[in-house]
Design a protein around this ligand. Structure first.
Ligand code: ZN
Length: 210
């Protein structure tokens, strides 16, 4: 079976299971969305926002791009932020980076002639790496350096978003959080609000009930 067909079949099974669990589920979804969170993450296939947070359809308004970048001159990302903040009234924006990010690794490597659009897109990341050159070059291991730039990038994107006119002019400005996802353990770690880190493991079911 080809892979696209497998996805369509998996969707049928998912739809059937969701209806069996909750017969009114899709009717409620069709009535509209009231997500409380805008999630800006990386397009990387290993970091699916809803899966890693156990979120249901309708809970997260999601935008993903290479290396989870926000720039005000990028109409795509800006329009998502504008809609989420001014039309949906989200309470939180999460910028989520992840370790082993290919986009960030590319910014620490020679530009590839085969990827001119990606190169333009990550130009800001190269500048960020340049600004933190001293701290980054002190890290001997290349992958550890990539992971550190991933974290610096999240912190930078949070700063840009907090300062952006779109967020500042919101009737109820959302809280902007910076998180990083560790691929090895599958855990999210807050970078900009350390006190938010959960101190113990809580079963997903308990969170859903609470
Ligand atoms: Zn990535």
């Amino acid at each position: 079976m080809n892979y696209a067909k497998r996805l369509l079949l998996a969707n049928r099974a998912w739809s059937q299971e969701a209806r069996a669990r909750d017969p009114g589920f899709f009717e409620r979804l069709a009535q509209g969305q009231q997500p409380r969170v805008l999630w800006i993450g990386c397009s990387d296939s290993r970091v699916p926002a809803e899966r890693i947070t156990n979120a249901q359809p309708g809970e997260l308004f999601v935008h993903r791009n290479i290396a989870n970048l926000y720039t005000s001159d990028d109409g795509n990302t800006s329009s998502v932020v504008e809609y989420a903040v001014h039309a949906l009234g989200v309470e939180h924006i999460v910028i989520c980076g992840h370790h082993h990010c290919g986009g960030v690794r590319a910014a620490l490597s020679q530009p590839s002639d085969a990827l001119p659009v990606v190169n333009r897109r990550i130009a800001g990341l190269r500048q960020l790496a340049h600004r933190h050159q001293e701290a980054l070059s002190a890290i001997a291991d290349f992958e550890a350096r990539v992971d550190r730039l991933v974290e610096l990038n999240v912190i930078e994107q949070v700063k840009l978003l907090r300062e952006s006119p779109i967020v500042r002019s919101a009737p109820r400005p959302p809280t902007v959080h910076g998180w990083v996802f560790g691929l090895r353990e599958g855990l999210l770690t807050p970078l900009t609000d350390a006190e938010e880190a959960p101190h113990s493991c809580v079963p997903a079911a308990a969170i859903a009930e609470g």
